[in-house]
Structures are given as C-alpha cells and as structure tokens.
Write a protein that binds this ligand. Structure first.
Ligand code: NOJ
Ligand code: CA
Length: 593
C-alpha cells in the first residue's frame, strides 16, 4: 500500500464546494436543483470543474490529497423519503458505477468517462498529479440506490441496464428487508441500510461488475479509495476486493468507513487488521470532540486512553483521523468555540494516523440547524480566503511532510490530566513534542523523558522557546493553546531503504526488540550487531534500514526481544523477504512463536 502518512487529506462534498460550471446544475428531474441553496436535500451546483478551480486554495492549506464524495452516476429522480423530497447530491445513490454523474461534468459526453481521455475528471487527475497531489475516490460496494416508496432501483453497466431490483430474484441484491437490530452483524451485512438496495456479494456477476468498475477507476489515475459502509459486508468480500485491487495497482491506499469504528469496537479492529485496508478512526474523533467540544470530565485522559490501545492494531499509524465529517455534526455545531476547535484540528495533524480535514474546517464553516446533523453538516463552502487557521494547518501539513517522527512515531504520553496533555512522537532521532492546554488559564508543566536534544527548542506555533536538559524541560502553555517542538533528522540512505515493522510482541518497560538476519545490514546473524528497533506501541516496534550490499537479494531474518538480561528469539521459522534493488518499501511482519 502507498504510504500516506506524510499526507494530509482534504475531504470535499463535491456538490457543496464550488460551482465551476453552472451549465450542469439542473438534472433530468427539474426539481433536483435549488439555486437558493436553502434546501439541503437538493443539488446546489458544485462540480469537478469547481474542484479544479480551487486546487490552489486546497494546496495553500497544505493538503496533498483530496477525497471526493462519490462521483458515480446517480439516480435522476427526486424521491420522497419520510415525507422529505430528496435528490442524490451526496453521491451515495449510484445507478452506474462506470459513469460520472451529469451534475459534475463539463459536457454531457463526459459522463462516459471510460470511453474518453479528455473529460473533466481526466483533467482533474492530471492537474492534481502535476501538483504532486493524490486523488482519493469514495467508493460504495455495499449498495446501489433506493428501492423504497416510489424509488425503483435499477443498475447499469456503462449505460446498459444490468438489472432491476424488482425483477432480480436475488441474482444481484439481497431481499431481506431493512436492518432492525443494529447489534446483529449478520443483519447489518445482509439487510438494507436506509432503503438502499443491498448487493448480494455471493453473486459472481455482482462481484465481477464492482471489481471491474473500481479497477477502471484506478486505471484512470485514482490513487486511493475511501470505502463506504465496510461494516455492511462480510470480511471475505473485502479480502477478495483488496487482494484484487492490490494486484491490479499495488500502490493503492485504501481506508474503510466502519461507522463509529476504532479501538473500542473490536469488530472494526479485526477488520482493520485483516481486511487489507485501514479504517477511519472514529474513536480518536469521539475522544477529542468530547475533550474539547463537550469538555468531558475525562478530557485528554480519555484521548490518551485511545492511543494507549494502539497495539491492538497491526498498524495504528495509517488509521485515518478526523474531527468532522459529513455524517456527524461539525465540532462548531456542538460547541461554537473556535479556540478549542483549533486545538482539536492541530493535535490531529500531529497525532499518529493520516489526518483528514473536512472542507470548510479552516473557514469555521458550520450550520447548526437540527444540531448540525446530516444534511446540515454539509453547507456550501463559505469562503476561499486565507485564514489564520488555514495557515496553521498548512504549517503542520508541511511538518508532517518532512518529519518522519510525525509519520511513523508512536504516541508517547509524558504528562496527562483531563485538562493538559504532553506527548511525543519519536523515530530514529527525529522527534516532535506536543503540549496542549484546554483550560482558560496558562500553565507550566515540568516534563521528563523528552526525546529532544539538549538546548533551546522553538514552538512552531509561535509560543515561547523551551530549554531542554537531559530530556527535562519546563513547558509553558498558554490558555486554550497548543505548542509543538520539532527535531527532524534525515532517514538513513541506501540503494534500497526499508521500513521494517514487527507487530504482536508484547513488551514491558525497559525491554527492547531487535532484528538480526543473514544480511550484513542486519548483523549477518551476529547478535552483537543486531539492529535495535524503535518502540511504536505496546506490541509494535519498527525501524528503517538502508540496504546496499543486500539490495536486490533474498534475505532471512528474525526478531528478538531483550528480556531478563537475555535475548529471546522468535521460535518460528523467521521471515524471508526480497529486498528491492532500489527505492523504498515497508515490511509489516507478525511476531512468530
Ligand atoms: C456512509 C456515508 O458516509 C454516508 O454519507 C452515506 O449516506 C452512507 N454511507 C450510505 O452510503
Ligand atoms: Ca455546476
């Protein structure tokens, strides 16, 4: 999988971002567009041209990847659900996974995206790649479009009718009714979500169709998938899916939406560890929002408790973190407190995981109608001006890009109470130290065990400098403030450079994990030359090895732990890997005993 940990994602609800082409605003059903932008269930005009027009802006904010809500062809009709007239402006009601929706394109013929190379979608991909940006496509495999009320779900294959829900006889869709018990995972996976026709993954025809479609999008230049509703399909389907995508385009980053998933939901953790994709980290979001918007009693202690569990994940550093999204009320609708909102966003930028900023965060965009719940969490983008928050985000996106500690380091709590938290991220001599204070009073914390070198360190966000001596320092933190100190060292260089990660060895304080193998770079089986790894979490250790003489060779190695004064090797057969002849790689190994 492509390494996204140096990236910052910007998530755009395309219809609500920028209208770059008013000619496409009206759909086939004349009722679907609301020019006044007051009816939140209708189209408001945003499109792919609008995204292209605003690439400078997104880049100014520091984002290096853009996640777009689904761009597939949607149902044309406005339908009534629960007495409310609704259109498919959000993109989650696809009828043809091989076409673009007409509301998003410049010319009607652009919808036939796989037959052309000159559509606005192609232009978007080319412009983004020219800027070094990556496109994250939101894909839906669980369902097609609604089949309730007057809606009659049909599915198309690049314009050709494939099937109708009503005449399907189970060939493409499940027909078991809606979910009634959300605690029953079997129901959740085989019944309908909100009246959406639920695909039957047992159907070979369906699986071929959906996998072919997604491969075609990858061929169009898509760099990553945000995968909708992963909780609603069995893990075997996802394993087949990610396996196929991986073979087709090995460098594709994928992360799934397991609604409310994260470390407190064991099924979602199992999914993250075994499906072949990462997940969105709702546990991080919930704890940070509780600490800073709801000012919960546990505060930062509850946030620290989330990352204390990172060892449950095979790799917590590629979870996708966020504060706001399009399914939950925005932070500012929960608490209109821009200072603490800034803390929530900025701490997410430097925490483990790949941060995702929801469009308008940097503009304090929010609409509080009905508590800011869907769809009121999707207002029109209000402004494209540079704001102080945008500048802070850009600063930290740049820090993430250059700092291997931010990308790969574990979360090391040095000081925590409900109101204040100091944590560091450290990796091979690089380090960031982060201090946050949610109270209205300034404070000074005496902290030990910092991985920063002796001497003065500057707060990247403009607060006072600190003086570190033997890992000890007094950290002054202003009211509702965050301070970030950085020490960045270059990674070792070689013909091939490999990040080696070992997961599944529970270590206690004072213990160390090393790697030793037949390659000279790994000590040639001489334990005194074994390479010591960096602590990432209670069960994960990692390091980065430059290979020269072993570049391009097969190697064999084992991990060992220094415990009770001795070295305990893995008792399993060890690990065989091919070192690339050049370039970078990441090996994620599991402790074998
Ligand atoms: C999750 C998406 O994030 C949400 O917005 C959508 O409505 C549902 N999945 C159904 O696709
Ligand atoms: Ca438009």
């Amino acid at each position: 999988m492509r390494d996204f940990r140096g990236d910052t994602i910007y998530f755009i609800v395309v219809d609500r971002f920028f209208d770059g082409n008013p000619n496409n605003n009206q759909g086939k059903d004349a009722r679907d567009f609301d020019a006044s932008r007051t009816n939140f269930w209708k189209y408001w005009g945003g499109d792919l041209r609008g995204v292209i027009d605003k690439l400078d802006y997104v880049q100014k904010l520091g984002a290096s990847a853009i996640w777009l809500t689904p761009v597939f062809d949607q149902i044309d009709e406005v339908i009534e659900v629960g007495g409310q007239q609704m259109s498919a402006y959000h993109g989650y009601w696809a009828k043809d996974f091989k076409r673009l929706d007409q509301h998003l394109v410049d010319r009607p013929e652009d919808v036939r995206v796989f037959s052309r190379k000159d559509t606005v979608f192609d232009e978007l991909v080319t412009s983004m790649h020219a800027r070094g940006m990556q496109l994250v496509l939101d894909i839906v495999c669980n369902h097609s479009n609604p089949h309730v009320g007057e809606a009659r779900c049909e599915l198309y294959d690049d314009g050709e009718l494939l099937c109708r829900y009503d005449e399907d006889n189970g060939a493409w869709f499940h027909h078991h009714g809606g979910v009634t018990d959300w605690n029953d995972l079997h129901q959740v996976q085989s019944r309908d979500l909100c009246g959406l026709a639920d695909f039957n993954e047992e159907s070979f025809a369906y699986r071929s169709y959906i996998k072919t479609s997604m491969k075609q999008w990858l061929d169009k230049g898509v760099d990553a998938f945000r995968v909708d509703t992963v909780k609603h399909m069995p893990i075997w389907f996802w394993q087949e899916f990610t396996g196929d995508m991986d073979v087709h385009k090995p460098d594709t980053f994928m992360f799934g939406e397991w609604f409310q998933g994260g470390v407190w939901d064991p099924a979602s953790v199992e999914f993250a560890n075994k499906s072949g994709m990462s997940i969105l980290d709702f546990a991080w979001r919930n704890s940070v929002v509780a600490a800073l918007a709801s000012r919960s009693l546990g505060g930062f202690k509850d946030v620290a408790a989330v990352v204390e569990q990172d060892h449950q994940f095979r790799d917590a550093t590629d979870l996708v973190t966020f504060i706001d999204n399009h399914d939950l009320p925005r932070f500012l609708s929960i608490s209109d407190d821009p200072a603490r909102f800034r803390l929530a966003l900025l701490m997410t930028m430097v925490a483990r995981g790949v941060p995702c900023i929801y469009y308008g965060n940097e503009q304090h965009l929010h609409c509080d109608t009905n508590g800011g719940n869907d769809p009121f969490n999707r207002p029109m983008m209000s402004s494209f001006e540079e704001t102080p928050l945008l500048r802070d985000l850009a600063k930290l996106a740049a820090l993430r890009k250059r700092s291997v500690a931010v990308q790969r380091g574990g979360m090391r709590t040095k000081w925590v109470d409900p109101d204040r938290w100091v944590f560091t991220r450290a990796y091979l001599g690089s380090c960031v130290a982060i201090a946050i204070n949610r109270t209205d009073q300034p404070c000074e914390l005496e902290v030990t065990g910092l991985e920063l070198a002796d001497g003065r360190h500057v707060d990247l966000l403009g607060g006072p400098d600190i003086e570190v001596r033997s890992g000890q320092a007094k950290l002054p933190i202003g009211p509702r403030a965050i301070a970030i100190y950085e020490q960045t060292r270059a990674l070792p260089e070689g013909r091939a450079v490999v990040e080696i990660q070992i997961h599944g060895i529970r270590t206690a304080h004072g213990e160390e994990v090393l790697v030793c193998g037949d390659a000279s770079e790994l000590g040639a089986w001489d334990l005194s030359r074994a390479v010591t790894l960096e602590w990432i979490d209670h069960e994960t250790w990692a390091t980065t090895i430059p290979f020269d003489s072993s570049a391009g060779r097969e190697i064999h190695y084992k991990f060992l732990v220094k415990r009770h004064g001795g070295s305990h090797r893995e008792t399993g057969p060890g690990h065989h890997r091919h070192v690339p002849a050049k370039g970078r790689d990441t090996w994620r190994d599991q402790w074998r005993s």
